[in-house]
Ligand binder design. Structure first.
Ligand code: GDP
Length: 470
């Protein structure tokens, strides 16, 4: 299929999904108004049930359209081949033949936050390195999770160049000032000034057509490639992962559920019940059964709250929950910065990303890393998730816009007007048919129907590394 064909095919799926979010929400509200038990309430229930059946059939039809003529095999092959190309470029960039003269970018891990947040810090650094043809030098001794550093679990970022030394070094600054300096030190992304256009959620131009054609969320795929390179496991970690996989009885199909609670609930995210997560797990399996046999409803459950697993097991006996209790426990006790908790979060993210579908909160970096990693592994899994709160984002990203494709005239004070071609800075999706954002033309912030817009990608010119050997 051509790129445009794939873009349009995914758009139809997306519109159908937004239509369903809208309808279900409105019907539910209407039912609540009638008190539920009235004749009209019962009638509305029937409509919701019938519509759910339509949705399942639509899912099957979309699946057929997606896989017809062996297209799914092509998708997997193409995504793998593009991934290999990008990884070869990273390898080339990270292994200069002469480290003493190579241009470098230095980044350190002494960022006071969790594993996902620190990993994203490295992703951003390496992305800047890629854009400027600079080898990333990682300073990670004294890391809060493992004092010996990053290499105690992950493979070194380079075989030839781990030293930061160079003729001169400066802090990040204007392109002219840093251009010819051998070593550039990076701040955290929030303090970056000036801010280049190649930060997330941008994608590189030279692979953009192939990437847009094969994956519905090219930005996360590109970020996922950095995650993949940075977290290549040391042999002992690989063995640990393989052993854990056997011990847990992990296999596909499987839904990954991440329930983030404890400290996160203080200021950053809202509480969500186990039932809320499980509603979407059930919905996914109901749909999956339309296209394949599901002998067992497997759920890989990760959480920093140890009460989640027993509750889920008790209330959902028809599901098989797999979870590493030692892992969950260490996270729950909030011994967050030890070798044990590092192992815990690495294993949890690994298995979440191996699942076919994710239910979690994108406000959590753990969940976003799992989603990014997932993008690099299974063809096009860009729609295989349900976030209970935010849409996907990268902390400190450049503006994320959607482009208006259909006019909208506001119907109440909460909504905004839109004209085709307007750019809306998107703040979130309410998962009820509406999104929220700011219209750049009018300066007004408010709700608008998501289906009248489409994602606007930032495509940037970056080095192509033709010397990299695939
Ligand atoms: P965020 O705070 O959820 O956005 O993500 P961070 O990765 O920045 O910080 C949260 C930290 O809490 C993680 O890095 C882990 O150390 C711990 N944590 C949170 N959720 C889990 C989980 O499901 N499993 C494990 N093992 N650890 C978790």
């Amino acid at each position: 299929p051509t790129m445009n064909h794939e873009v349009e095919r995914r758009r139809v799926e997306n519109t159908a999904m937004e239509f369903w979010f809208y309808l279900r929400n409105k019907l539910q509200k209407l039912k609540d108004k009638t008190g539920g038990k009235s004749d009209v309430g019962v009638e509305i229930d029937t409509i919701i049930q019938d519509s759910t059946a339509y949705q399942k059939t639509l899912y099957k039809d979309f699946w057929k359209l997606r896989t017809v003529d062996g297209l799914e095999k092509w998708r997997q092959k193409e995504a793998d081949s593009l991934g290999k190309l990008v990884q070869a470029r990273f390898h080339f960039l990270q292994n200069p033949s002469d480290c003493s003269t190579a241009k470098k970018i230095v980044c350190n891990l002494s960022k006071g936050c969790g594993y996902g947040c620190q990993l994203h810090h490295l992703v951003y650094c390496m992305m800047v390195g890629y854009a400027l043809d600079r080898t990333l030098i990682l300073e990670s001794k004294g890391w809060r999770y493992a004092a010996a550093g990053w290499e105690s679990v992950f493979r070194p970022l380079s075989d030839t160049c781990m030293e930061r030394s160079g003729r001169e070094s400066v802090h990040w600054g204007a392109p002219d000032r840093i251009k010819d300096v051998q070593v550039v030190e990076m701040p955290i992304i929030d303090s970056l000034h000036p801010r280049p256009d190649y930060l997330p959620l941008s994608i590189p131009k030279d692979i953009s057509e192939r990437l847009i054609r094969v994956n519905g969320d090219p930005s996360s795929w590109w970020i996922g490639q950095f995650v993949q390179y940075l977290t290549r496991p040391q042999p002992h970690l690989q063995k640990d992962l393989d052993r854990a996989q056997k011990k847990l009885g992990f296999s596909n199909p499987c839904v990954g559920v991440h329930v983030r609670r404890t400290d996160k609930l203080a200021a950053e995210a809202a509480y969500h019940s186990v039932d809320e997560y499980m509603r979407y797990v059930a919905e996914y399996f109901d749909k999956l059964e339309m296209i394949q046999e599901v002998p067992e409803r497997k759920v890989f459950l990760a959480s920093d709250d140890p009460s989640v697993l027993p509750e889920a097991k008790k209330n959902y006996p028809d599901y098989t929950f797999i979870s590493d209790p030692s892992v969950t426990l260490s996270a729950g006790l909030n011994k967050r910065y030890t070798d044990e908790s590092l192992r815990g979060v690495i294993l949890d993210i690994h298995f979440l990303s191996l699942c076919d579908y994710l239910v979690c909160t994108f406000s959590s970096q753990v969940c976003r890393v799992a989603y990014e990693k997932m993008q690099t592994m299974h063809g096009d899994p860009s729609a295989n998730f349900k976030s209970l709160d935010d849409i996907y984002y990268f902390g400190g990203q450049n503006g994320h816009y959607v482009e208006v494709v259909e006019e909208h005239v506001k119907r109440n004070s909460k909504e905004i007007d839109m004209e085709p071609g307007d750019l809306i800075g998107i703040a979130g999706n309410h998962w009820d048919g509406n999104s929220k954002g700011m219209n750049r033309r009018t300066g007004k912030t408010g709700l608008f129907p998501s289906y009248k817009t489409q994602n606007k990608l930032t495509i940037v010119d970056l080095p192509e590394y033709p010397e990299a050997k695939v």
